[in-house]
Every structure is written in structure tokens, then in C-alpha cells.
Design a protein around this ligand. Structure first.
Ligand code: SAM
Ligand code: SF4
Length: 337
């Protein structure tokens, strides 16, 4: 039996889903995510693996049933498998329903099997193009072959794979149908994401990259029949079933849809800040509470509850005017996408 959720926010939403960024570092430099010469945080700012375990365990004890590990690139964090091995105990005890991660796929050949052994059943892998040259342009430092091999490794290990594609005007527009077919052939679901106004990217012009998913979806409907699925994960994704292929396609449209009313999640940064909402600057410094109280979790639990009690109703992103209102100063890689 599932215990009643213990973390309820002021709008009666039960918080059962924690996304955790375990590092701000990455082996890629995707143009919409980071500038090429990113400055990363000093190591001591980051939560140690032990601190991550302690914090996540506190959330699990307070009713969180799903953990998604992200970054930066979670699999470049040294020793990250120790963390996954630690979380396995919560899956085994039945306290946690799901342990999962979002990755760029570059390290999956090394880690997929072990992730599966730790209780991970599904992974989201980000891949915006199947064209080698374009892949190198978008990720700057990535190699397509390595990611494709990582996807193979994940499937060989029995992990279910969902591909995340950021819709990029002038970037992957011409590959839309090809990507859908490629995923269908490999039995993979697919989610399209609208570019969000996160972080300062130097020269990249965010409005130039923006491709509305409304347009993208209309294009899909020229080739396939899409049936609306009613399911909601409590997040910003809407799902359809492609009748012809059976695959599920999600659309994450934080800018054109208001999904906040069903939000069930909070985000922990790699430095232990808890963001109650992706689109608001409000945060709680859980690292300080953790480090001030090395042997006592009661203040930590109290701080978590206090933070949830301040979860705002919704966010303020808005592309509708010709400047990007509600733009966030922090990077996605810090907060965790
Ligand atoms: N490195 C991992 C990866 O790429 O999957 C995990 C972290 S990444 C920040 C998580 C997701 O956020 C990826 O699917 C990425 O494409 C997406 N993302 C990054 N910056 C974004 C932006 N500005 N707008 C929309 N999605 C973004
Ligand atoms: Fe790295 Fe992921 Fe950001 Fe790309 S989207 S730079 S892979 S963190």
C-alpha cells in the first residue's frame, strides 16, 4: 500500500517527484544550453555523493516516489554509480516507484548495464538530430556515433528509451519525419521540447531557435494520425499516440501551455538549492541546513516542508512579445532540465 503523500503544497498539489541535478558539468556544449566556454562551479560547492544520498533519502521518506537524475550530464559525475547503487535500496524497499535519469547518452555504453542492475528501468536520452554534421554543430563537442552506441547499449541492457528532441528552427526541422520513423523502428517513445529561455548563451539568439510545437504537431498530422492521450504525468508534457506506428509522442510546451495546476514536482540543484518551480527564482538552501546539521535530519525535513509550503502557483515564461519575458538567469544545466 502507498502511504498518503506527506508533502502537500498550498495549492493542494502532492509533491511526489524530485528531479535532481548531480553536476553542472557536461561533456557536450549544446548551443541552447551552454556557452562554449562555460565556467563551472568549484567542486566544494557541489553536494557530495553522501550529501546527495542523504537529501534524496529525506525526500523519499517524505513521500517522494519518483527520482529523476539529471545535470549537466549526470553520467560524467565521478562516482555517480555509488549514488545509484545507494538509491537501489529505496526501490527494493518499495518506497520509491521509479529511479530514472536524463542523459545525453555519451556514457551509456559504460554504465547502462549497471544502471539496470540498480533498478533503473527507463532512461530519457537527448538527441536532436540524426545527421552527424548537425549533431556536431548543435552539441559542439559531441559525437553522434558515440550517442547511437549508447542508445544501443541502453536497449541491450533492457532499459526502455525515450528520446528527447529539442525543436530547433532551422536546426532539425527538415528531419522531423525521419526522427519519428527512426524512433518507431527502434520501439522508442519520443518527446519534443520547446526551447526555453534559460541562462545566458552569449551569441545565440533564443528567438531564432524557437520552433513552436503547435507548428511541429501540425506538420506531423500531415503524415500520421495522432490520437490524444488523456494521461498526465503531472508535468508539462501532453501525449499522443501515433496510430500507424503505435509509438507515443510527447510535447513539452512550457511556453504555450499552462501546465502548472497539476505540477507534482520540485527540483534540486547540484548545489542543494531546492527550486519549487522551474520558472521562478524562489529557492531554499538545503545544503546549508544539511551541512549545519550533519547528524540530525529533523531540521532538514523541516526545511523541506517549509520550502514546499512556498511553492508558487505557476511560472512566468512568455515569448509572446518580441523579447523573452520571464527569462531565467540560471542555466538549465545547473537546475537540471
Ligand atoms: N545532459 C543531459 C541531457 O542532455 O539529456 C541532461 C541535462 S539536459 C539540461 C536535460 C534536457 O534539457 C535535455 O533534453 C536538453 O535537450 C534540454 N534542454 C537544455 N537546455 C534547454 C533549453 N534552453 N530549452 C529546452 N530544453 C533544453
Ligand atoms: Fe550537456 Fe545536456 Fe546541456 Fe547538452 S543539454 S550541454 S548534453 S547538459
Amino acid at each position: 500500500m502507498t502511504d498518503a503523500p506527506k508533502l502537500i503544497d498550498p495549492f493542494a498539489r502532492a509533491i511526489t517527484y524530485l528531479r535532481v541535478s548531480v553536476t553542472d558539468r557536461c561533456d557536450f556544449r549544446c548551443v541552447y544550453c551552454m556557452s562554449e566556454n562555460m565556467t563551472f562551479l568549484p567542486k566544494k560547492e557541489l553536494l557530495s555523493l553522501e550529501e546527495l544520498d542523504r537529501l534524496c533519502t529525506a525526500f523519499v521518506d517524505q513521500g517522494v516516489r519518483k527520482l529523476r537524475i539529471t545535470g549537466g550530464e549526470p553520467l560524467v559525475r565521478r562516482g555517480i554509480m555509488d549514488y545509484f547503487r545507494g538509491m537501489k535500496r529505496h526501490i527494493e524497499s518499495g518506497k520509491l516507484d521509479e529511479l530514472t535519469l536524463t542523459t545525453n547518452g555519451s556514457q551509456l555504453r559504460r554504465f547502462a548495464k549497471e544502471l539496470a542492475e540498480c533498478g533503473v528501468k527507463r532512461v530519457n536520452i537527448s538527441l536532436d538530430t540524426l545527421d552527424e554534421k548537425k549533431f556536431a554543430e548543435i552539441t559542439r563537442w559531441g559525437r553522434l556515433a558515440q550517442v547511437l552506441d549508447g542508445i544501443d547499449a541502453a536497449q541491450e541492457a533492457g532499459l526502455r528509451v525515450k528520446i528527447n528532441v529539442v525543436a530547433l528552427k532551422g536546426g532539425n526541422e527538415d528531419e522531423l519525419e525521419k526522427i519519428v520513423e527512426w524512433c518507431a523502428d527502434r520501439g522508442m517513445d519520443l518527446t519534443f521540447i520547446e526551447v526555453m529561455p534559460m541562462g545566458d548563451l552569449g551569441n545565440e539568439d533564443r528567438l531564432d531557435q524557437y520552433w513552436s510545437l503547435k507548428d511541429l504537431r501540425a506538420r506531423l498530422e500531415k503524415t500520421w494520425t495522432l490520437s490524444e492521450l488523456s494521461e498526465s504525468t503531472g508535468g508539462p508534457a501532453r501525449y499522443v499516440r501515433v496510430n500507424e506506428t503505435g509509438q507515443k509522442i510527447g510535447f513539452i510546451t512550457p511556453l504555450t501551455h499552462n501546465f502548472c495546476e497539476s505540477c507534482n514536482r520540485v527540483r534540486l540543484t547540484c548545489t542543494g538549492q531546492l527550486f519549487q518551480c522551474l520558472g521562478q527564482e524562489d529557492e531554499a538552501d538545503l545544503r546549508k541546513v544539511l551541512r549545519d546539521n550533519p547528524d540530525n535530519d529533523a531540521p532538514l525535513v523541516a526545511a523541506i516542508h517549509a520550502a514546499i509550503a512556498k511553492k508558487p502557483k505557476g511560472h512566468d515564461f512568455d515569448y509572446s512579445r518580441q523579447n523573452v519575458a520571464g527569462t531565467m538567469s540560471r542555466h538549465m544545466s545547473h537546475t537540471g532540465g
